[in-house]
Design a protein around this ligand. Structure first.
Ligand code: SF4
Length: 405
């Protein structure tokens, strides 16, 4: 009877990619994956600590697994601040996460076939050299380390061999790719290298880029790129200049706006999204109003809005003038409502039109410019296939229906 393993993953794409490597290692070590933690010999929780709640949930799940299967060997790995151990579990933080006894010498540098991802995650970078005052990530993931372009190409060729048509560039701070390499390189160099060495149908989606890492030559490249999907997620965090300074972000609202407007001009049909943190310590009514007003003036198509979550060990966690949760909730609600309006406005531009996309499920397509389209009739094509779809209408539930074009 095959040995069984069970794994749960929380958090970012890079955590999911780390899990894919661990999954491959278990298979190489002769284990089979089970969805039932009660029957597994080894249980792994790949934890996230980007917010207090995320970490609480990971630890809560570990206690539940402890009760469901007391005899199994348990590993709590990844990002966590709370080091108080739970009996019966081995804690492996940050880079130690791969030191799982059963898998030593089996961890591949990159996952081979990511069965669970029809748009495989392509690992290009890890860590971060910066220190935004609210962010705990550099504490776990260490300094920025770039994956050499040849190794990025290997991962893409593995995805192409697996019949995939889109890969998602994944890391912690993609825009700093190349800075640690000798000789120093830039993110654009990686794209141009990939461009030269891959077939012309495989596409890349860039998971996130900071506005101060999108220079004009990159925008000029993206304008005509056949490789990069027209969807850019550019974290803003706040539209208030004062808050950006207290966050130690490296751009002003004006600099952010200039980049977004240049992208909008260069790629009118691209989807432009952002992240915003609400309720940062000391955020006054005036600063929130400044943030809301700023976002209302910038051509963005959606917002991911997060209430500020103090992370032990970060400077922001000890900053004075905490914003009450009720006020945070109200401000999140206002920005989410703005995001819904923007998303609808963006989607309506493409109703009646055709877009290239990737088949995610037999009845669901993700378009190149980041619209999820529910097919009126399912298709027999295999997930991951490139597909052309006509957007027909939006529904009361705010979804979009469409048909094969
Ligand atoms: S850039 Fe800032 S927010 Fe992003 S990972 Fe680095 S420290 Fe965290």
């Amino acid at each position: 009877m095959n040995k069984l393993f069970y794994i749960e993953t929380y958090g970012c794409k890079l955590n999911q990619l780390d899990t894919e490597r661990i999954r491959d290692a278990f298979h190489a070590a002769g284990y089979t994956e089970t969805d039932d933690p009660a029957v597994a010999e080894v249980l792994v929780i790949n934890s996230c600590a980007v917010t207090q709640n995320a970490e609480k949930e990971s630890r809560y799940r570990l206690r539940r697994l402890q009760r469901a299967n007391p005899d199994a060997r348990k590993y709590f790995i990844g990002c966590f601040t709370e080091t108080q151990a739970i009996p019966g579990a081995v804690f492996l933080r940050g880079k130690e996460k791969f030191q799982i006894q059963e898998l030593i010498n089996h961890i591949p540098p990159y996952p081979e076939i990511q069965k669970k991802h029809v748009r495989p995650l392509i690992h290009i970078q890890n860590g971060c050299d910066l220190n935004c005052t609210y962010c705990i990530v550099p504490y776990f993931r260490g300094p920025s380390i770039s994956v050499p372009q040849e190794a990025v190409l290997d991962q893409m060729n593995a995805a192409i061999r697996a019949g995939r048509n889109e890969g998602v560039f994944t890391g912690i701070h993609l825009g700093t790719w190349g800075k640690d390499l000798v000789p120093k390189q830039h993110f654009l160099d990686l794209l141009q290298f990939i461009d030269k060495h891959t077939e012309n149908r495989f596409k890349i989606r860039i998971s996130s880029l900071d506005s101060n890492e999108i220079p004009d030559d990159l925008i000029n490249y993206l304008r005509n790129s056949r490789l990069v999907q027209p969807h850019f997620h550019i974290p803003l965090q706040s539209g208030s200049a004062g808050i950006l300074r207290r966050m130690k972000r490296r751009y002003s609202p004006e600099q952010f706006q200039a980049v977004v407007e240049k992208l909008r001009k260069a790629l009118p049909e691209a989807c432009l999204g952002t992240d915003v943190i609400v309720g940062f310590p000391g955020e006054t009514e005036e600063e929130f109003a400044e943030c809301y007003r700023f976002i209302s003036e910038v051509p963005l198509d959606y917002l991911h809005v997060f209430p500020f979550s103090p992370r032990t060990g970060t400077p922001a966690a000890t900053m004075p003038d905490k914003v009450p949760d009720t006020l945070k909730k109200e401000r999140v609600k206002q920005l989410k409502a703005l995001s819904d309006k923007r998303r609808n406005r963006f989607i309506h531009r493409f109703i009646g039109k055709e877009r290239e996309g990737i088949l995610i499920y037999p009845d669901l397509v993700l378009t190149d410019n980041y619209i999820s389209v529910h097919l009126e009739t399912s298709t027999k094509m295999s997930p991951g296939s490139e597909i052309r779809v006509k957007l027909i209408q939006t529904t009361a539930e705010n979804t979009v229906t469409g048909k094969l074009a």
